[in-house]
Write a protein that binds this ligand. Structure first.
Ligand SMILES: NC(=O)c1ccc[n+]([C@@H]2O[C@H](COP(=O)([O-])OP(=O)(O)OC[C@H]3O[C@@H](n4cnc5c(N)ncnc54)[C@H](OP(=O)(O)O)[C@@H]3O)[C@@H](O)[C@H]2O)c1
Length: 250
């Protein structure tokens, strides 16, 4: 990864911050993206191994702005080798409780951040990477795409879409030297899951895995680093489960 430019969206905390840290440890120049938490992102960047890392902000609730955001990144770095679409939101909207307007609003909000912005960033990145002769795109999906999210159906749908998009792009972009992967974590100990893990449901959630725990962000980061390396070429098109055997799909 020495000298590779890696853009990690949603790197101000959680899984994104762990990915940024693991990539930097392997010698990458990391672009630490944040949505709202600039101070946290600056701290993440300050603690990364190596030097020349960047901090960039962009609200991914607006997919139309993704192209401009990507341009501003490459203006500063001169190139892009790895894109990790990690930023995401989980906004509950139980179908029998929310009213119709709220239901639709939550769907639009979730799809914008979790699917449409990653789609826009994938296309901008692919054009840049193709000109450079290749690159890697890693999309952070979810076990919820397979198992369902009864309280948050838009989240499950957005991640199922992200998985399907990754597979289609793996085919479309391989001739340009661009490899595309998705990873599908189960529960991970981050802000996104903390309220549930701390609630009375926490013990049941940990018991979903025969290992009796949820994942650490660093475990997702290790897999992403492998996919970003030159060793994972033939895994392109794969959706890698990281769920401690909590959900086995055929
Ligand atoms: N935690 C889990 O159990 C779990 C399980 C499976 C998959 N995942 C997926 O893993 C990824 C990372 O999750 P996490 O647990 O690390 O979540 P997290 O701790 O809630 O962090 C989410 C990240 O996404 C960014 N983000 C959210 N909305 C944004 C927006 N509108 N524009 C730009 N950035 C935005 C946040 O940036 P700011 O705070 O700066 O706005 C933050 O850096 C997500 O795609 C999530 O769906 C998580």
């Amino acid at each position: 990864m020495k000298g590779k430019v890696c853009l990690v969206t949603g790197a101000s905390r959680g899984i994104g911050a762990a990915i940024a840290s693991a990539l930097a440890e392997r010698g990458a120049r990391v672009v630490v993206h944040y949505g709202h938490a600039k101070e946290l992102a600056v701290k993440v960047a300050e603690n990364l191994a190596g030097s020349d890392h960047l901090v960039v902000g962009a609200n991914l609730a607006n997919p139309d702005a993704a192209d401009e955001f990507m341009e501003s990144v490459v203006d500063q770095t001169g190139r892009l080798d790895v894109l990790v679409n990690n930023a995401g939101i989980f906004v509950p909207h139980p179908p029998m409780t929310v009213d119709a307007d709220d239901w639709l609003f939550k769907w639009e909000q979730t799809l914008a951040v979790n699917l449409l912005s990653p789609a826009a960033l994938c296309q901008s990145a692919a054009k840049i990477m193709a000109e450079q002769g290749g690159g890697r795109i890693i999309n952070i999906g979810s076990r919820g795409a397979f198992r369902g999210e009864p309280e948050c159906p838009a989240y499950a749908a957005s991640k199922a879409g992200l998985h399907a998009m990754s597979q289609s792009l793996a085919v479309a972009l391989a001739p340009h030297g661009i490899l595309v992967y998705a990873v599908a974590p189960g529960f991970v100990a981050t802000d996104m899951a903390q309220e549930l893990l701390d609630s009375e449901k926490g013990a049941g959630i940990r018991a979903q895995s025969p290992l009796g725990r949820v994942a650490k962000p660093e475990e997702i980061a290790e897999t992403v680093c492998f996919l970003a390396s030159s060793r994972a070429e033939f895994l392109s098109g794969g959706i890698i489960d990281i769920n401690g055997a909590s959900y086995l799909r055929s």
